[in-house]
Design a protein around this ligand. Sequence first.
Ligand SMILES: Nc1ncnc2c1ncn2[C@@H]1O[C@H](COP(=O)(O)OP(=O)(O)OP(=O)(O)O)[C@@H](O)[C@H]1O
Ligand SMILES: [Mg+2]
Length: 564
Amino acid sequence: MTVRWKVLLIVGLTTGLVLLMGLTLLLATQRSQHSRDRLMLIQGQNESLARLHLASEQYLRGLLRARDRGTSTQPLQLEMMALIAREEALLQHTTAAEEALSPDEQEDEWAHTQTLLAALRSWTTEAEARVRALPLETSPLTTEWRLFEEFENNVGQLITAAQEAEYQERIEHLNRAQIRLKKQAWLAILLPAISCALLLGLVLIILVPMNRSLKALMQAARRIGEGNFEVKLPENPKDELGTLAHAFNQMASELGKTLEEKQRLMKAEAEATERHFRHYNALLEQTVHTRTAQLEQANTQLRDSLRQLEEAQSRLIFADRMASMGRLAAGVGHEINNPLSYVLSNLNYLSRELQPGRPAPSAEEKLELMDALNSAREGAERVRLIVKDLRTLSRPDDMNTEPVDLGEVVRGAVKLAERELRDHARLVEDYGGLPRVRGNATRLGQVFLNLLINAAHAIRQGGKAANEIRIHARPSGSRHVRVEVSDTGCGIPQENLTRVFEPFFTTKPVGEGTGMGLSVCHSIITALGGELHVQSQVGEGTTFSLLLPVMDDAHSGESQAVLS
Ligand SMILES: Nc1ncnc2c1ncn2[C@@H]1O[C@H](COP(=O)(O)OP(=O)(O)OP(=O)(O)O)[C@@H](O)[C@H]1O
Ligand SMILES: [Mg+2]
């Protein structure tokens, strides 16, 4: 049975039971009403009979009193008859109203009443006639007693019997009502109890299987949630839960199939991806292989190019060296050639003049000869100095180092250059409180002297008032001292800046400079572990920067260490 029908059954049964209880209540109420009406009717009939009984006694007494007074008894009789008629009408009505009696019973009861009333009427007439006919001397009490006795024996017994019957009927009616009330009380208890039990039973019949089915459904749903699609719920096509179970089974089966399909697709996709991956991997490997080969080829080409470049560089360096050596040789040749030429010409002159056989020179000629000799010595001295510079240039490390007070060195150089500086520029000195540097005082003095003379030579115009030569020194970090020698001279053109440190590079006229100064300075400073740089702007001036190492504690004790 479907749940809908079960619910309809419960609702129908409940409605039926409620209607039944209502009907029972209505019937009980109606029965109570009828019972009460019946009791009222019996009561009314009893009262009528009692009134007739009492009225009969009063009528008898009234008749006797009227006889005693000598008045007519006729009105009393009529009055009694009227009363009997009224009570007859009342009794007829109440008998007809007794619905509890069958028509036969009603007819029977009415026949008894008719008999009683007829006897009463007859007694009424007879009693009046007898009282009227009584002789006056007759004792009224005796007459009354006799007439009363006749009434009681005749009509009174009938009334009493009727009252007795009514009483019995009332007792029976009350008993029946009592039994009916008990029945109704039991019905009032049993009917709701049976109704409740029936309802409860029906609810249980519906709810228990429904609850069981829902629990099974929930468990199945949980199993599906855990990924188990092999769920099969019992299907009962007769109710909605069975239909739901059928739909659920179908859903689980569809889900299982969908999952299988999805897994199959995913597997196929993974396989395809792996195939693609393998393909791309192979492609990548091939590309890497090709690229590696190309790189190796390029590398080989690069190596070849590098080797060629290195060879070209070597050739260039060699050519440069050759050019430098050529320049050096040319410079040396040129510088030595001049003094040597006048040494030779003077020696030739001396040789000619002092040839054997020649007359002895006069005092004047001797002076000339001495001049020629001195010139030859000067020339030789110049060649010696050039050679000395060349030695310094070729073996710059061959000098002693010691802690040097730079201030003292600079002051000495300034003093030596004083004559050159005096006419050209103002000298600004700023180099106090410097740490000692590691160097050679003589060689450093030579460096500063050359820088100062170069600066003085660079100042060609403006004179002392317009020009300045500045010597500025300060510590550079904790391990070096930087000295700057700057001037406001003519400056060095850009193309010469890289050449000023070359040996024999000079812009000075022949005889004024050898061009060895800066190259010797550079060699000395480099040999001492320092640096020498130049910055210059044509027309503005030049600055030479020296970076010299400070004499640290480790070296301060080795005052006579030799650089090797
Ligand atoms: N302060 C300076 N200002 C301008 N030019 C300079 C300065 N110092 C050097 N030079 C240039 O550098 C050249 C090379 O100088 P270096 O001292 O080596 O030789 P020199 O001074 O020419 O000759 P030497 O020093 O041998 O007598 C100089 O001829 C000059 O042209
Ligand atoms: Mg110089």
